[in-house]
Design a protein around this ligand. Structure first.
Ligand SMILES: [Fe+2]
Length: 434
């Protein structure tokens, strides 16, 4: 038995296998583009259950039907060799196996147990945060990272996880401080950069946000396509706020869709969300919906995450692929029978609302969104990502010229921005005074 770079025991006698696991750990925590390095660990020691669990987790995180199939043999192999593994490795294997069958809450319970008993296991914390993110449980997303922080206080990857959790919990000044601390240790930490980008976006610090994220673009070349495109997406959002449409479209074509892994669900969601935001501002996006639509056929029956399905329905409708929209909505409806209540109660009406808006049926969009607006956080995604649905709803009110209702919503949004801006001013004063 040897120890990995986290100082944790791994059931293998091969230092080469450990070296490959360490490389994978680094890839996972840094959102690198070489996560399949874990397959080398398996090739070196085909009896190491832990490596199989990592490989399975890597494929599951790609969130497609095909990647779920790819994960399956690795889960079976992990379970086959699990009896020889340590308690920590076994808990991790249970967590990944639970994830594979959609038992997210069970998976989370295992990650929480690992965080409790083995607080230096940061990959497990990262997986726990991933699940909390898509459940919309921001408090627990923060908590699981904060509770292990005393055990790895100097680890910038963990600081980045804490920073993102703080931002999601609206503790913006703390988020920025922790994010910046992480980057002082290692400026090549795209998740910490991203956490601070969220703070700036939420506080409306547009020019600062552009300067901030642009100063790190040289560090993204080895990122996986998800975070590469997502970090560029954040830059595009700032330009959108400024009304610089030309720049937004250029970033979209060059980085966000142009360099996307176009079969990847996460990359598709980012691209769709940007096109939709452009259209909500009255911008003609040309044939970009039609360019995305063919890649979405694979998504129709997957239902990996409710938050993502809403995007696919919208894109297919805007591309005029109504037969595929109907197929997807029927498929979603069937899926709700075996899925968590959020699918039935929130995701399905929201998907129908997105379809209605995409087809110009504003009244129907309003009717479908109104009862569920306060529950949208239950379908996951970040504030910045989910804000899109509120924008769609607001747009529907504007289109039916119910300006009074739209004005009320806009006032609420402006008040929220002002409140966040004043919090920012306070924190700057505090920082200057200290
Ligand atoms: Fe983000």
């Amino acid at each position: 038995m040897l120890k990995d770079s986290q100082g944790l025991a791994v059931t293998t006698n091969s230092s080469s296998a450990i070296a490959a696991i360490d490389l994978y750990t680094e890839q996972s925590l840094s959102y690198g583009n070489n996560a399949e390095i874990i397959l080398q660990a398996i090739a070196i020691d085909p009896t190491c259950a832990y490596s199989y669990a990592h490989a399975a987790a890597h494929y599951l995180s790609l969130e497609s039907a095909q990647s779920r199939r790819q994960a399956s043999p690795y889960i079976q192999a992990a379970q086959k060799y699990a009896s020889a593994a340590t308690v920590r490795e076994q808990l991790y294997i249970y967590a990944i196996a639970a994830w594979a069958i959609g038992a997210t809450k069970k998976a989370i319970a295992y990650h929480e147990e690992i965080a409790e008993k083995f607080p230096r296991d940061l990959i497990s914390v990262q997986r726990g945060q991933y699940h909390y993110f898509y459940l919309g449980n921001k408090e627990r997303l923060l908590h699981i990272a904060q509770k292990v922080l005393p055990y790895s206080p100097e680890n910038h990857y963990l600081q980045g996880m804490v920073a993102f959790g703080l931002e999601q919990c609206h503790q913006l000044q703390e988020a920025e401080i922790v994010g910046r601390q992480a980057l002082e240790i290692n400026r090549h930490d795209p998740w910490a950069q991203h956490a601070v980008a969220h703070v700036m976006e939420t506080q409306g610090r547009i020019d600062e946000g552009i300067a901030w994220m642009s100063s790190f673009t040289d560090t993204w070349e080895n990122c996986n396509s998800m975070l590469y495109t997502h970090n560029w997406w954040h830059i595009a959002l700032y330009y959108l706020e400024k009304g610089d449409v030309k720049q937004v479209l250029e970033l979209y074509d060059r980085h966000i869709w142009g360099k996307a892994w176009q079969e990847s669900s996460k990359d598709q969601v980012g691209a769709i969300s940007l096109l939709l935001r452009l259209e909500l501002r009255g911008i003609d996006v040309g044939d970009r919906w039609e360019q995305i639509a063919p890649y979405l056929k694979a998504r129709i029956h997957e239902h990996a995450l409710p938050f993502q399905d809403l995007h696919y329905v919208y894109a297919l409708a805007r591309a005029g692929r109504f037969e595929l929209v109907n197929e997807m909505l029927f498929s979603m409806q069937a899926y709700t029978r075996k899925a968590s209540p959020q699918w039935q109660e929130v995701a399905l009406p929201a998907a129908r609302g997105m379809n209605a808006h995409a087809r110009g049926d504003w009244q129907k969009a309003i009717a479908l969104f109104s009862p569920i607006l306060s529950r949208l956080h239950e379908i996951g995604g970040s504030h910045a990502q989910r804000d899109l649905f509120e924008q769609v709803y607001l747009d529907a009110w504007l289109r039916v010229e119910q300006n009074h209702q739209a004005l009320q919503m806009l006032e609420k949004r402006v008040t929220a921005r002002r409140y966040l801006a004043s919090m920012q001013r306070n924190s700057i004063n505090l920082l200057q005074a200290s």
